[in-house]
Write a protein that binds this ligand. Structure first.
Ligand SMILES: NC(=O)c1ccc[n+]([C@@H]2O[C@H](COP(=O)([O-])OP(=O)(O)OC[C@H]3O[C@@H](n4cnc5c(N)ncnc54)[C@H](OP(=O)(O)O)[C@@H]3O)[C@@H](O)[C@H]2O)c1
Length: 318
């Protein structure tokens, strides 16, 4: 294991460990070949954690890369940590197992290490991932995520997945699950980066024994926005220069030191390698404080198409 990586592994409810850096695979503009290449480069570079989801529509490509890495003896299945996510149109309990099985089939594996409920909101079942009505509004479903959770627990019993969790759940929603869970959630995957600290929710998750993974840990750099990108923030650049590291490495190391996992995405081989090389330096308390000052509560992934859904998560303070 490189450098001090072991120190940052996250322990899940099953007692198993989650590697702190995973490769993000949300790549809407990339074809199969690019996705396959990215996953292969990542595994060769030492990544053992891959963050997938049905909605990313590329699990077959990810699976193909995993398969070749195993065949070539670069890695064994048991050394990989594969996470996928249940999409909002499959919350109805009878659809949960089918959806998980589809991800397993596409990824070409017998079990997942972690399966997350992608959002607390359910959308109309069957058909499209985004079921629109004639007025251009998403058609909701009123399935309660607590019922979905029970179906996820059954999938653990069946050995289809080792740990289960959620993504984009606020503290109240997480508490509702904790109140009834037979199998406790292992992980809440949240948008967290230098511009979106999510401090209170992280603290809450930790206080109830739920690990946290930061998605969009670089603030999603694929689109030009009207604020300074994280990797161009002077504070980040100053620290990077001092440490002889890149701005992205500083931004990722900051999160690791905050005690959360990270799943940066890149299609660029040199960046994939770079984003994993964050275990050979550390940030001082003062540097951590300076980076914390950059919080702007900027949320990129707000799923605003479901703003009026009764389980929309971002109307609560945390
Ligand atoms: N649970 C959820 O609801 C949810 C939502 C969103 C995302 N996610 C997960 O989180 C992952 C990451 O989020 P994200 O893809 O939105 O954003 P991100 O990882 O913060 O940023 C990705 C962007 O940054 C660029 N980049 C990556 N490393 C770089 C580096 N070292 N230097 C400069 N630029 C770099 C990439 O460019 P290139 O690819 O061109 O190199 C890409 O445009 C996703 O892939 C997905 O797995 C989960």
């Amino acid at each position: 294991m490189p450098g001090d990586m072991q120190k940052f592994e996250l322990t899940l409810q099953s007692g198993r460990k989650m590697p702190p850096v995973g490769l993000g695979t949300l790549a809407p503009d990339e074809g199969e070949e690019e996705v396959i290449k990215a996953v292969r480069v990542a595994i060769k570079a030492g990544y053992r954690h891959i963050d997938c989801a049905a909605i990313y529509r590329n699990e077959r490509a990810v699976g193909s890369a995993i398969k070749s890495a195993i065949i070539e003896d670069t890695v064994r299945r048991e050394d990989l940590f594969i996470c996928s996510k249940l999409w909002n149109t499959c919350h109805r309990p009878d659809l949960v197992r089918t959806s998980l099985r589809k991800s397993l089939e596409d990824l070409g594996v017998q079990y997942l290490d972690l399966y997350l409920m992608h959002w607390p909101m359910a959308y109309k079942e069957g058909g499209e991932f985004h079921p629109w009505d004639e007025n251009g509004k998403i058609i909701y479903s009123d399935v309660d995520y607590v019922d979905t959770w029970k179906a996820l627990e059954d999938c653990v019993d069946e050995g289809l997945v080792r740990d289960i969790g959620m993504s984009n759940f606020n503290s109240k929603q997480l508490q509702r699950i904790l109140d009834v869970a037979r199998i406790k959630p292992s992980n809440n995957q949240l948008e967290i980066n230098v511009h979106l600290s999510n401090e209170k929710l992280i603290e809450f998750c930790k206080s109830v024994g739920v690990t946290v993974t930061a998605f969009a840990p670089l603030g999603n750099l694929s689109v030009k926005r009207d604020h300074t990108p994280i990797i161009e923030e002077p504070v980040v650049l100053d620290i990077a220069k001092k440490k002889n590291k890149t701005a992205a490495q500083v931004a990722l190391r900051y999160l690791i030191q905050k005690g959360v996992g990270v799943v940066p995405k890149s299609k660029t081989p040199s960046r994939i390698v770079e984003n994993f090389q964050i275990f050979d330096f550390s940030l001082s308390d003062d540097e951590m404080k300076a980076l914390a000052q950059l919080n702007r509560n900027i949320r990129v992934y707000d799923e605003s198409i479901a703003l009026e859904h009764k389980y929309y998560p971002f109307n609560e303070p945390f």
